[in-house]
Design a protein. Sequence first.
Length: 53
Amino acid sequence: MTQSTLGNTTTNDAGSVHFPCPKCGKATVVRTRNEREIVSRYTCGSCGFMGPN
């Protein structure tokens, strides 16, 4: 079971993604399909970068 950056479960969630922080590359950002669709914000746990905008 994997949790997204916002704490939602991504196990067997088609459309979920894992990627390195766009700013520091140290932390892994995990986003569910729904979080991506509603363009919810996330914060990098390592450098504090806020995305997606």
